[in-house]
Design a protein around this ligand. Structure first.
Ligand code: GLA
Length: 446
């Protein structure tokens, strides 16, 4: 009898945890790439207005996540966090209400240490219960929890260029002191405790450290950042991309295990439209959460960045119910070099060497990425990572892992079927692919 009730309890817990995990990668907007650490109430409201009027909310972009420095230096007498009155003069609940009135969700930022990454403002370590209760009371929908300074400012074993390998317990990944799992799980539990009144999606922004892929999901997590901060360079984008393609993250990312996150989109900044379309197509195919990262104010629907992130065919691929990330199959970085990932900036290289380069460029070939979709379909993305134009030719079966069969080939940028193909057979593009350009197809079984 006792054994039965224990197994019922375990089953109920498992079901509750499974139900609490999002079934598709999260979609939204994050303030950090657009505003750094300086976003205000007025800017978040204006962004919410634009999410609706640009049609992004309708496409599924839901969360608006406010990054670091929304807080005041000191907590209130009752221990709760206090928003910076110069940025959020009305406090957080009216802003949450405003977003909710538009069908959007509000996210806030904190840190699994005593201070956040900017170095002085309060993190949640040791305050998990009061913070989770405050967030629930404020009607927050999403919490991003960063991984800086676990023992206070300048006391981490990891800084921008160096890791204290001994302290990091480097066997299979960087670990801070105290370890990530000891610092994140109390917040996971605190969020679970408030779940009956508020469902708060949890982003564990811990750069893939401490093997988060092995315990993050089983702790009821929703998404875990697998990568370093993205920067507005081609090499940074492809470094984060290659990172998600390592076995440990690929295997662990999914609808029942939480989503491996390659960081917010850089679309809308200084790279070319060609590069950002490639970036968006690949983030969609690898099932990374898609968080827009540019200032939406003053943009209209024909703005090229808005058009890129509004590609419904790619959003549908990202949200496909099978939830299986695409992988690199041909020309991949891993086929010629070891992909280091989840390490700090250049930690694998000798920073004093003139040969030091971070992030590494990775593959300079034409790559073929592919992954299964529901209904026996496939997504195939072909990307030219070389600095010059290249011809594209590959075999659907051998190089793109497309199961044998007859398919209709749908071009997700032309938004139409372009031809019928069979696998195995060779595909040769009519025109060469310019540097950093891509082709993205959905293959529907005929
Ligand atoms: C870290 C995170 C970023 C951002 C900044 C804010 O670098 O990885 O995403 O939140 O902190 O300080």
């Amino acid at each position: 009898m006792a054994a039965t009730s224990v197994s019922c309890f375990v089953l109920a817990l498992m079901l509750r945890m499974a139900a609490s995990i999002h079934s598709a990668p999260q979609l939204g907007w994050g303030s950090y790439n657009a505003f750094g650490v300086h976003v205000t109430d007025a800017e978040v409201r204006a962004t919410a207005d634009q999410m609706v009027s640009l049609g992004l909310a309708e496409l599924g972009y839901h969360f608006l996540v406010i990054d670091d420095q929304w807080q005041s230096l000191d907590r209130a007498a009752n221990g709760s966090l206090v928003p910076d009155p110069s940025k959020f003069p009305q406090g957080i609940p009216p802003l949450a209400d405003y977003l909710h009135s538009k069908g959007l969700g509000l996210g806030l930022y904190s840190d699994a240490g005593p201070v956040t990454c900017s170095g002085t403002l309060p993190g949640h370590l040791g305050h998990e219960k009061v913070d989770a209760e405050t967030f629930a009371q404020w009607k927050i929908d999403y919490l991003k929890s960063d991984n800086c300074y676990p023992q206070g400012k300048n006391t981490t074993n990891v800084d921008k260029y160096e890791i204290d390998w001994l302290k990091s317990g480097v066997q299979g990944g960087v670990v801070q002191d105290p370890p990530e799992r000891e610092r994140y799980i109390p917040m996971v539990n605190a969020l679970e405790a408030v779940r009956p009144v508020r469902n708060i999606t949890f982003e564990m922004c811990l750069y893939g450290w401490d093997h988060v892929e092995s315990w993050g999901a089983s702790s009821g997590d929703h998404l875990w950042r697998a990568t370093q901060d993205i920067h507005d360079t081609w090499d940074s984008i492809t470094y984060n991309l290659d990172c998600l393609d390592t076995d440990r993250f690929y295997e662990a990312s999914g609808s029942s295990t939480g989503w491996g996150y390659a960081d917010s989109l850089m679309v809308g900044h200084s790279l070319s439209e060609v590069e950002y379309r490639t970036h968006f197509a690949l983030w969609a195919a690898i099932k990374s959460p898609l968080m827009i990262g540019f200032d939406l104010r003053g943009r209209n629907r024909s703005d090229s960045s808005v058009v890129t992130v509004s590609n419904k065919d790619l959003i549908d691929i990202n949200q496909d119910t099978l939830g299986k990330p695409a992988r690199c199959r041909m020309g991949c970085t891993w086929s010629t070099e070891k992909v280091t990932c989840g390490e700090w900036w250049g930690a694998q290289a000798d920073a004093s060497s003139s040969l030091f380069k971070w992030p590494p460029s990775g593959s300079k070939s034409v790559e073929v990425w592919s992954g299964p979709l529901s209904g026996d379909g496939m997504v195939v993305v072909v990307v030219n990572r070389a600095d010059v134009a290249k011809t594209v030719s590959f075999d659907w079966s051998l190089d793109a892992a497309v199961p044998n069969g007859n398919y209709q080939l749908y071009d997700v940028w032309q938004h139409r079927y372009v031809r019928n193909i069979s696998s195995p057979s060779k595909f040769t593009a009519e025109e060469s692919l310019s540097s950093h350009a891509h082709l993205a197809f959905r293959l529907d079984l005929r």
